[in-house]
Design a protein around this ligand. Structure first.
Ligand code: V47
Length: 372
């Protein structure tokens, strides 16, 4: 039996009305999971029908050396650690080449905040990749990295963005948002760029005409109210700029982190989070079920809980992808056929997209993609 609050929410959703903070929390608190999924699915189908996007992409993590110490992160290494690495531009190009030849359309680039690499390194990296692979979309650097570039160069935000664009930047990924609630941020990433800086940099990126994504790291020490608060802060900025392409809830993966004592989110929690985000983020076109962190099976179910995008093949993995792969490092890449089959088996229609969500038609492809 649904409460009057939930019945009222369903009516608002069907009428296309915006949900409040309290309503978002009520959605998280309900145990009517099938009802919640159905409601989110109705919004997903109204917007996208059976269309389910994926792309053929590759992650590149130019360095794992980082001077901060986020408690949820097992990827970073301190400078001098024997497991630390930093690619030269030539190494990065060589690393990408096989995926390029296999037909990727996007390189997703994020890395640690290296204590000594100059801004010029990152510009050279973009230039080197753009020269070697001119048609590939470079989705590079989170708002945390842009903030780092601003601090090491003392340039303005706009100058940082302009120089990156001149070197080949096409759009930005959504990482580093974690959880916006300041009390939680203080505990899990106290040194990292703050909430307002993250949001402000996103705004400036959007005002420059670039698109970016937004993530939320959930399933650690945050409350359900913190998750709804996070979504509403993004929704407010999206009202202003319309620059976010998609929202990606990232399921916390505790292994080898300082928070390894935590269990991480359950599948039900992940499905509810996808559904609530679809319902709260009425001005976001796309909700992404990032299969690497959710695991393939939960990601597939998420397509019936409001998600309409699976991210990409992430071919060749990359160390960060391997670190957080729920299905195990060996399973952190999929062929195009794997993803297509996952969507078909969910009774939905797979559509390959480019980074900006334009469908890629098979005739546009010069080669068949085999990305394993
Ligand atoms: O910024 C760090 C998160 C992010 C853990 O924009 C963790 O299309 C889970 O941002 N467990 C990187 N998550 C990944 C990311 C992303 C992924 C896919 C698509 C897009 C996009 C962006 O991963 C980091 C951080 O927020 N993260 N540690 C962890 N233990």
């Amino acid at each position: 039996m649904l409460s009057s609050t939930l019945l009222n929410i369903a009516e608002k959703v069907q009428a296309g009305e915006r949900l409040s903070f309290e309503e978002g929390v009520a959605l998280f608190e309900t145990d009517q999971v099938a009802w919640l999924g159905h409601l989110a699915d109705s919004v997903r189908r109204r917007r996208h029908g059976r269309t389910t996007f994926y792309n053929v992409n590759r992650h590149l993590n130019p360095t794992n050396v980082c001077y901060w110490d986020c408690t949820f992160c097992s990827f970073y290494r301190k400078a001098g650690d024997p497991e630390g690495y930093t690619y030269t531009v030539d190494q990065a190009v060589a690393e990408i080449r096989p995926s390029y030849e296999a037909g990727i359309t996007e390189i997703h680039i994020v890395g640690g905040l290296h204590p000594t690499l100059p801004f010029e390194y990152y510009l050279d990296l973009l230039r080197g990749l753009k020269t070697a692979f001119p048609k590939i979309h470079l989705k590079a650097f989170t708002m945390v990295e842009l903030d780092h570039f601003k601090r090491i160069t003392r340039l303005s935000e706009d100058e940082v963005i302009d120089r990156l664009v001149a070197a080949g930047l096409d759009s930005c990924p959504g990482g580093g948002a974690e959880i916006f609630a300041e009390t939680v941020r203080k505990q899990i990433c106290k040194h990292k760029c703050g909430t307002n800086r993250w949001l402000d940099f996103s705004k400036r990126v959007h005002l420059k005409g670039l698109r970016s994504n937004a993530t939320m790291l959930y399933g650690h020490i945050e409350s359900l109210a913190d998750r709804v608060d996070h979504m509403i802060r993004l929704r407010n900025l999206q009202d202003e700029t319309k620059g976010f392409q998609c929202f990606i809830p990232l399921a916390f993966y505790p292994k080898d982190t300082e928070l390894a004592h935590l269990p991480g989110p359950t599948a039900i929690d992940s499905l509810k989070t996808i559904a609530v985000s679809r319902l709260m983020l009425d001005n976001f076109d796309h909700i992404k079920a990032y299969w690497v962190m959710l695991g393939r099976q939960t990601a597939q179910l998420a397509l019936h809980f409001g998600a309409n995008d699976l991210d990409g093949t992430v071919s060749g993995g990359g160390p960060l992808v391997a670190t957080y792969s729920l299905d195990g490092a060996a399973q952190c890449k999929s062929t195009r056929d794997d993803i297509v089959q996952l969507v078909l088996d969910a009774g939905l229609e797979p559509v390959e997209r480019d980074t900006l969500y334009q469908p890629i038609h098979p005739v546009q492809r010069e080669t068949e993609v085999v990305c394993a």
